[in-house]
Design a protein around this ligand. Sequence first.
Ligand code: SAM
Length: 326
Amino acid sequence: MFELQDAFARKFHYLRLSVTDVCNFRCQYCLPDGYKPDGRKSFLTLDEIRRLTRAFAAMGTNKVRITGGEPSLRKDFTAIIETVAATPGIRKVATTTNGYRMARQVADWRRAGLSAINVSVDSLDSRMFHQITGENRFQEVMAGIDAAFAAGFEQVKVNTVLMRGLNDGELGRFLAWIKDNPIQLRFIELMQTGEMDELFSRHHVRGALIKEQLLHAGWQQKVRAHSDGPAEVFWHPDYVGEIGLIMPYAKDFCASCNRLRVSSVGKLHLCLFGEQGVELRDLLAEDGHQAALQLRLRQALADKKATHFLHQGQTGMTPHLASIGG
Ligand code: SAM
């Protein structure tokens, strides 16, 4: 088997697959004016997703994260989970969701084979949640997290984008929340994308500041495992939950990159930032193109760059994260 590996000897066992660009939230840092439908776009079908996952799995991918846009807006979302989970070689199927459908559907997702779930919760104050996400759905999302535990998930990961002047005073509240709950709370540094104006300079907070506070309060850093995502994870003997920090601007963030992305229209993105993507869709129409698809993936990987160059202020081609599955 040829494994997905780049010129820097990084291996890629983890695929982030976007299944739609559509989102029903209007997060200030992503789609503040809401999703604008683009009639020309058609998102990957279930069959295309099946062929794509098969090719990646044949090349060593064992974990797939289904994302978007808001992936649970797809009517066939449960079938997508089932299809990905049934692919030989795939051991872990995760999703990232805004959580608004979880209370009603998370048990079905679990039965379909979902093994891990990340929910975005930018504030524990319902008014602030509304202000950041554009939607007054805090209670629904929290009920969704309860439903995930009730459905049998042992841990839920929560994504919180750190924003100065909005939620950056909530550390104490978040810590109290995870004291007795098996939640891995992941603070994500705000990333600058192509459509952002002054929002980044107004609200960006360095994750390193939180790291200092955590270490000071007795939190300890865990050793990173091979299939882990991009977070630095911290634990504390008095807490059931954990804290993750995702700091894309930190030195060496890219050195441990183990992720590839495929957009909702079937383009391979070697990095969240900075390139146009490699077309795969022409090879997804039939089962017979598997060998050609694998060859294209292999050739594309030879071009993956060492880093995203965000440090140099490059925001690249990515207008907002919903467009290629953040
Ligand atoms: N709709 C789903 C959700 O809300 O989680 C999945 C897609 S969303 C693009 C994935 C994650 O990216 C969310 O946790 C969101 O907060 C995060 N995100 C989006 N834009 C971001 C940005 N500019 N900087 C940091 N995180 C961002």
